[in-house]
Every structure is written in structure tokens, then in C-alpha cells.
Design a protein. Sequence first.
Length: 377
Amino acid sequence: MKKITPPLPLLGGISAEQFLNEYWHKKPLLIRQAIPDFKPLLSKDELFALSGRDDVESRLISFFNKHWEMKNGPQQHLPVKQKQDWTLLVQGVNLHDDAANALLRQFRFIPDSRLDDLMISYAEDGGGVGPHFDSYDVFLLQAHGQRKWRIGAQKDLTLVEGMPLKILSKFKAEQEFILEPGDMLYLPPKYAHDGVAVGECMTYSIGFRAPSYQELGESFLHFMSESIDLPGRYADPELKPSTKPAEISNEMVDDISAEIAKIRFTDDDILIFLGEHLTEPKPNVFFSGPEKPLAPKRFHQAAIKNGLKLSNKSQMLYKGKHVFINGESFAVNREDKISLNKLANERRLDGADLAAVSADVLEAFCLWYEDGWLEIC
């Protein structure tokens, strides 16, 4: 019998199955008080401080004199309070704040391979990023103040030329909502929307990964370049005198085409590529191990006593015998697979779990701890 998950308050009292069947990739969903009495997880000053760090991705978007401008971080100077119509976007807040990470993980009814990050948008009255669309699904959770959203399922996605942002030139709103703290709006990919701050406000965006096939194809070819094995070198012992020296011969094209056609890839190649690609940290993600790491023996004792948890920055996935973490992959035996899969799914292991893992996995855990991938609870 197929297991049906219970209704989720986060989704307005419907189950994850119902949401995926009726709304995911299909139509918007407005959820009043998805998180009742929600309070911002970071203050305005804490968010501004994050935007000034070089290991945090941020953008400052302003609209002055009918002209859009965008400045990538680190943000050293934010607009003076007298100016309005500006928005600060801070990506990946879940990587740097435990409460933000816990909020993001509430959306794990969508697989980790698709879940991306939590972005915080701060705006003064009238601030926004203009009418636009995203190429991925997004949940927009109001955290502080109010934001007016206008949305529409338009087919014309023509953009304004010469702008640093993807602003829709012919935006037509079909619905309009004002979101209060705790309210949330889900939008499927390419659904046009325009959000404008009503007074000072903060909005949390839970976004999802939707890599283009072009991106995946290019990355896969690069991945496979390390495993291609085509021995030998081009030769033409039956070469005939040429009357057209600048022309590439059919013989050369055929010979090299036949050699390149020998390149083969398997489902396992694609799986390993995908696992490593999806867990590869973004360029601005840096891991920091403990200042004074415990020696291996002390680490094992502390881990079994207190348990371990993945760093907020760590991404861990698995499939079959393969386990992937932060862009690396390895095959595991059936016994270790149980504990490693649990670590990936629950993002932590308690002492009883650790007592059952092999010496090789404990050694790997110690290295991950030293690199900042794992933390002692």
C-alpha cells in the first residue's frame, strides 16, 4: 500500500503528495500563516553584516531615475535611509545561520538534489527587483513587514533590453496579494511576478536547483575527459599525393570519427557525475575546520559520546552503493551504507549509529571533521 504523508501546516494543511500533484510545476499556491507568528531569524543589522562578507553572495538592486542598477557583493555601503526603491538580496543564508538552515530543511519533502538555498530579501518602502520570472520553483515566505505581490501566467516573457536585470517588458498581473509575516506564496517556474515592499520588509525565498541540460552536458563532458582512454596516434601509411593541400581528406575525417565513436559511457558514469556535480560546493562556499582539532582517538570518543552532524554547508547524497559529499564520491559496502544513508537523510548520527560503522568510515569521518564537513554535536 502506498504511504501517504500527513497534512503539512507549512503547505496550508495539505499533504506533500497533494501539493506535488496539484501545484508543483503547475500553478501558484497562497498559504496564509504557513508559519504562524513567524519572526525574522536575523535582524536587519545581522543581514547587512552578512552582505559585507566575501564568502557570502549578495546583490544590491536599486531603481533611481527610472533606471535599474545592480551591484554584486561584498556590500560595503548600503543606500542612505532617505533613499527608497532599493533591495538587498543575500543568498545562501542557510550556510551561515543554524536557524535559517533549520527553516530550509522544513522543505525536504522535495529531495535534497533539488533543494538549493534560502535567500533573504530586505527592502525599504517601494523596493523590489521589478517584474520578472524565475527558471525554478520558489516559496516566498514573508518574514517582516508587508510585501505586495502581483503575479500572472503570461506567455510573453520578452525582457527589457539593456538592463542588468531580467525585467519583463510586458508584465500583466492577473492576481494581487499582500503578504503578512508568516504568509507564503509558492510560484512554479516561469510564472511572472513582481513584489514591492510596503514599508520596510524582509522576504525569505526558498529556491530549488534546476540546472540546464546545456550546463549538465558541458559538465559531463569535462567529467568524462578524465576517464577517456583512446590509445594510439593518427597515421596514414596509405597516403596519396595531394592535389588540394588545403582540403581535409575524407580518410582523415572517417578515421578520427571512428576513434571518437569508441568513447562510451555507462549509467554508472552518469550517476557518479550527477552525484558529484549536485554536491559540489558553490564557488563562494569555504569550509573551516576546528581551530584545534581533536586527535583521531579523542575524536572517536567524542563522536560516539555526543554524535555527529553535517555542517550546514555540506551537501550529501547517495544512490545504490555510491555516496556523494561535497563533490566527492565513493562506493561503500552494505553495512556502512546503512549508517551513511542515515547521515545523508537525517544529517546527523547518534552514538549508537557510530558504534556500528567500520574503522574505514570512522577514519573518513575524522577527516571530514578536520575539513569542517562534519561537526561534533
